[in-house]
Write a protein that binds this ligand. Structure first.
Ligand SMILES: Cc1cc2nc3c(=O)[nH]c(=O)nc-3n(C[C@H](O)[C@H](O)[C@H](O)COP(=O)(O)OP(=O)(O)OC[C@H]3O[C@@H](n4cnc5c(N)ncnc54)[C@H](O)[C@@H]3O)c2cc1C
Ligand code: SF4
Length: 450
């Protein structure tokens, strides 16, 4: 490797404040009223609409689009939010190109799909703007449910339980609610503190209480929750990060993509974040794309994503891969890291080997290497939870109602087996679990005096 460039070029303020602001501007700016009407008019209002089937939360898409056409934005938002209380966030972050919009009958070679995500945002933004509460609590049932984790799964479950008249007590170790909506999703998908505004809206229904600074496994056990509450919902996501299993992985210069992304999301001034000149990202999912694009947006000169398989196998959709490329990210396929190149106590590059041509290898110099090869449940921090609840492939096994193997315990979101690892799927899990918990609590009869 050449030594004529400055070693370890990692520093803040690679771009001007204006450039950073432009790079992190809203990825899909909202529709204007006339654009919304034009797009709504393109919908064929299919009977048995395939887009609704393709939406994991089953939103009545033709129904909400029809209400936009007739100018009833509040009614439209109600149609969306009654199936998906995070319909505002999902409108911003759903990979619609592989969900509802992929299924749209207008999605052909000659035509293009109705912009369902943007229409959903148009309708829900109207409600968030004026804070209209569209949902009311049912009369108090006197039943109390422990929610573990205040991410999309936990908050969706809590909101539905509140609608049904139960109390939801959310146990969350972090300062802010929202889970990865607040700490993970790329900043240009959810600018203007939208995640926090949505949480506020959700809590606005009442009946949801927060136990901040409380972690399952550290401050409270699953057994205690089962004893103290009428039911328990586990939605603690994936707090662990997969490692590469290579020597020097702990050295300076190697970082977890999710940790840096969380820092970026919470940074009041992004120009203060140190950024490498040459960044290497290992992985091929949404997290890899997000760290790569955001590193470029902060001013990294060269960002290379390296993935062990081909374009077709990447977890990130084709649309996301192309998006990263248009933002100046180089993607290299069919290679995996063999070893880190070390200079003193610091990593200066990575040696890769081809996963297709045996014996072929090449190197990349790097000021920072990000690991983005997936997250996992941090069972080591959850005391005996992983021993008493049945698991499958390291995640919690649940039935179609999101019931676990333990009586009175439900689970959903990223921590359960078989999910999509998407915000919208977590919201659906929370909703289904709440409906099942309600059924269970009603079966037990309401508490005396309730
Ligand atoms: C970088 C990144 C980008 C992503 N981008 C997208 C995207 O663009 N679109 C999309 O649809 N999906 C995206 N996802 C996936 C999406 O964010 C998740 O699928 C979704 O947040 C899962 O929700 P959840 O509630 O299961 O978990 P989380 O959002 O992880 O929430 C879990 C909550 O549980 C809390 N918790 C953890 N441990 C404990 C404990 N011991 N006790 C109590 N609480 C605990 C956490 O602090 C957190 O608040 C992305 C994920 C990542 C990592
Ligand atoms: S929630 Fe997501 S998948 Fe469902 S209709 Fe909205 S944008 Fe499409």
């Amino acid at each position: 490797m050449s030594n004529d460039k400055p070693a370890h070029d990692v520093r803040p303020a690679r771009l001007t404040d204006e450039q950073i602001a432009a790079n992190f501007a809203d990825m899909h700016p909202p529709l204007t009223p006339s654009e919304a009407i034009i797009d709504a008019d393109r919908c064929y209002f299919c009977y048995d609409a395939p887009c609704t089937t393709a939406c994991p939360t089953g939103i009545d898409i033709p129904g909400f689009i029809q209400k936009i056409r007739s100018g009833n934005l509040k009614g439209s938002a109600h149609t969306i939010l009654s199936e998906n209380i995070m319909g505002g966030m999902c409108a911003r972050v759903c990979p619609t190109e592989v969900l509802c919009e992929e299924a749209c009958v207008r999605n052909t070679h000659e035509d293009r799909p109705v912009r369902i995500g943007l229409l959903q945002r148009y309708a829900t933004d109207a409600v968030f703007r004026d804070g209209t509460q569209l949902f009311k609590r049912a009369p108090d049932t006197g039943r109390t449910v422990a929610i573990v984790g205040g991410g999309p799964a936990g908050l969706s479950c809590a909101h539905r339980l509140a609608m049904l008249g139960h109390h939801a007590i959310v146990h969350e170790p972090k300062d802010k609610l929202g889970g990865l909506n607040e700490y993970g999703i790329a900043a240009y998908k959810t600018p203007d503190d939208f995640a926090a505004r949505e949480v506020e809206y959700i809590l606005g229904i009442g009946g949801i209480e927060l136990r901040a600074g409380t972690a399952l496994g550290k401050h409270i056990s699953l057994q205690e929750l089962r004893e103290q509450y009428d039911a328990v919902f586990l939605g603690f996501g994936l707090a662990g990060v997969n490692g590469l299993g290579l020597e020097h992985e702990q050295l300076e210069g190697v970082a977890n993509a999710v940790d840096y992304i969380a820092e970026l999301r919470q940074a009041p001034d992004k120009s203060k974040l140190p950024v490498g000149r040459r960044v290497v990202v290992i992985g091929g999912g949404m997290t890899a794309i997000d760290i790569a694009v955001q590193s470029r947006a902060l001013g990294a000169d060269e960002v290379t994503m390296v993935y062990r398989r081909g374009q077709e196998q990447m977890a990130a959709s084709r649309y996301e891969q192309e998006f990263a490329q248009t933002r100046g990210v180089t993607v290299r396929y069919w290679a995996k890291p063999r070893k880190f190149v070390v200079d003193g106590a610091r990593v200066r590059g990575v040696e890769f080997e081809s996963t297709r041509t045996p014996g072929e290898s090449w190197s990349l110099e790097a000021d920072v290497v990000f690991k983005a090869i997936g997250q996992k449940v941090a069972w080591e921090r959850l005391a005996s939870t992983g021993e008493i609840v049945e698991l499958r492939d390291g995640r919690i096994a649940v039935d179609p109602d999101r019931k676990t193997s333990l009586a009175g315990v439900w689970a959903g979101g990223d921590c359960v087996y078989g999910g999509e690892d998407l915000t919208v799927s977590a919201v659906q899990d929370g909703k289904l679990a709440a409906l099942s918990i309600d059924h269970y609590l009603k079966g037990k009869g309401l508490k005396a005096g309730a």
